[in-house]
Design a protein around this ligand. Structure first.
Ligand SMILES: Nc1ncnc2c1ncn2[C@@H]1O[C@H](COP(=O)(O)OP(=O)(O)OP(=O)(O)O)[C@@H](O)[C@H]1O
Ligand SMILES: [Mg+2]
Length: 268
């Protein structure tokens, strides 16, 4: 690995027909940092993440994860990466107990030790009572907790988390933050996606703001805050401006209100 870069991305592109989902993105993530991909719905966050994991083939660009090529060295790379996807967990006909036994076995973890750690994590996330229940019957948030535990069980150096706290209650968010902190203290790194500025501000050391497949801002929270101060705006304002959400929100809300008012008038 060159210096302490854990992720290195250069000029990454992925198009779906006419849609330029990822259109020339470059960034690095270093050991010991939580790096956020921040952008509105459809910005290209999930596509970027899937490219990093070798789940999608790039049209152009270079990716290095822990010094490895995710397409050519996928198996080796995945030994040291934990992933939380934005879709719900797929093993719906299993119980968490079955799922974690399965993960421990394919990851070649000590079964007793793995079970103890799983129980500890589930307890801290308030999901221990579901250990023997079918995953299909669990709530969205509780399924999400299982994914988070599954991603860290083998203690990877890199965690790639696609909107990991969306749908979690406040107490669980606090626990997940603690889990991420401990991971960083051990020298690991986290790449994390969110569409909420406040979440990025709270959890990330550095963020890349993306919009329509392009990187429109990058820096530490402090650097971005300084830039916002210079513009006499809040960080949230700058984010909304950079991602073209500022004026449109007002317009949309106005349109919605007018059409609602018209309907009410028609009904009365
Ligand atoms: N498999 C696909 N086929 C066609 N278009 C796709 C596909 N996957 C993504 N896209 C398009 O690429 C763009 C980026 O999508 P992506 O899922 O990466 O956004 P995102 O930033 O993760 O959004 P969200 O916040 O809603 O999760 C969108 O316009 C989306 O419709
Ligand atoms: Mg997404």
């Amino acid at each position: 690995m060159i210096d302490n870069k854990i992720i290195s991305v250069r000029n990454l592109k992925k198009f779906f027909g006419e849609v330029k989902a990822v259109n020339g993105i470059s960034f690095d993530v270093h050991n010991g940092e939580v790096f956020g991909l921040l952008g509105p719905n459809g910005a290209g966050k999930t596509t970027t993440i899937k490219l990093l994991l070798g789940l999608l083939e790039p049209l152009e660009g270079e990716i290095s994860i822990l010094g490895l090529n995710p397409e050519r060295e996928e198996v080796q790379m995945k030994k040291n990466v934990g992933y939380v996807s934005e879709e719900p967990l797929i093993f719906k006909s299993l119980t968490p107990k079955d799922l974690f036994n399965f993960i421990a076995s394919i990851r070649q973890l000590d079964p007793k030790e793995a079970t103890e750690r799983v129980k500890e994590y589930l307890e801290s996330l308030g999901a221990a009572e579901y250990y023997g229940q079918m995953i299909a019957s669990l709530s969205h948030g509780n399924k999400q907790k299982l994914q988070i535990v599954a991603s860290i069980l083998h203690e990877p150096d890199l965690l790639i988390l696609d909107e990991p706290i969306t749908g979690l209650d406040a107490k669980s968010v606090r626990v997940v933050k603690e889990i991420l902190d401990m991971h960083i203290e051990k020298g690991g790194a986290v790449l994390f996606s969110t569409h909420i500025m406040e979440v990025a501000e709270d959890l990330c050391d550095r963020i890349a703001i993306i919009n329509r497949g392009k990187l429109v801002g990058i820096g530490t929270i402090d650097e971005l805050r300084l830039q916002a101060d210079k513009l006499g705006a809040s960080l949230e304002d700058v984010f909304l401006r950079l991602t073209e959400q500022d004026s449109t929100v007002e317009d949309i809300v106005k349109k919605l209100r007018n059409s609602y008012k018209k309907k009410i008038e028609e009904m009365t």
